[in-house]
Ligand binder design. Structure first.
Ligand code: AR6
Length: 176
């Protein structure tokens, strides 16, 4: 049987181009769009995405909600809200871990076989990249060890430096 980490991929590029069952959006609590990856996803998906998001009544930090992908190659968008980094003493690590777990729960509930994550909270929300990628790798690996879906999880990085952080943390994982 293959190890859980064989189901994890690292991709460098724009998440809006990925043809997967769901891409995850690093949104804010309003779910009405913003900058960074959120802005890119809303631009690529078209205005209908915002119309659907308006009906969701926002989202709490650490939680996630799903919509259609509209003009994106991805069938769905799972919108999650990461914590703003405030020094680490405000529960940021647990909230970031919760973003990954809740997004994956929703992916499973919607039969998503392939899911791509951006590096949640590491841009505008200033979460230290090394710590954020460690949490992302740990949570995704732990989840897929215990679940048949998603079959493939992609960590989509905007640059090579971020991809290298994911590679380093993936290399520290043990077997099943
Ligand atoms: N594809 C993949 N990754 C991307 C892309 C892209 N097209 N664009 C940016 N990134 P951020 P956050 C990377 O700031 O820190 C928004 O305004 C980026 O390099 O998008 O969770 C929301 O509305 C970084 O590594 O999200 C919120 O208000 C990562 O995606 C706030 O920003 C996340 O950066 C959320 O901040």
């Amino acid at each position: 049987m293959s190890k859980a980490q064989d189901r994890i991929r690292i991709h460098t590029g724009d998440i809006t181009k990925l043809d997967v069952d769901a891409i995850v959006n690093a949104a804010n609590t309003s779910l009405l769009g913003g900058g960074g990856v959120d802005g890119a996803i809303h631009r690529a998906a078209g205005r209908e995405l915002e119309f659907e998001c308006r009906m969701l009544n926002g989202c709490k930090v650490g939680d996630a909600k799903i919509t259609s992908g509209y003009k994106l190659p991805a069938r769905h968008v799972i919108h999650t809200v990461g914590p703003v980094w405030q020094g680490g003493g405000k529960g940021e690590a647990e909230l970031l871990a919760s973003c990954y777990r809740r997004s994956l729960d929703i992916a499973v509930a919607n039969d998503c076989r392939s899911v791509a994550f951006p590096a949640i909270s590491t841009g505008v929300y200033r979460y230290p990249k090394d710590d954020a990628t460690e949490i992302a790798v740990y949570e995704v690996n732990d989840f897929i060890k215990h679940n048949a879906l998603p079959e493939i999880v992609v960590f989509c990085c905007f640059d090579e430096a971020m991809a290298e952080l994911y590679r380093q943390h993936l290399a520290t994982l043990g077997g099943d």
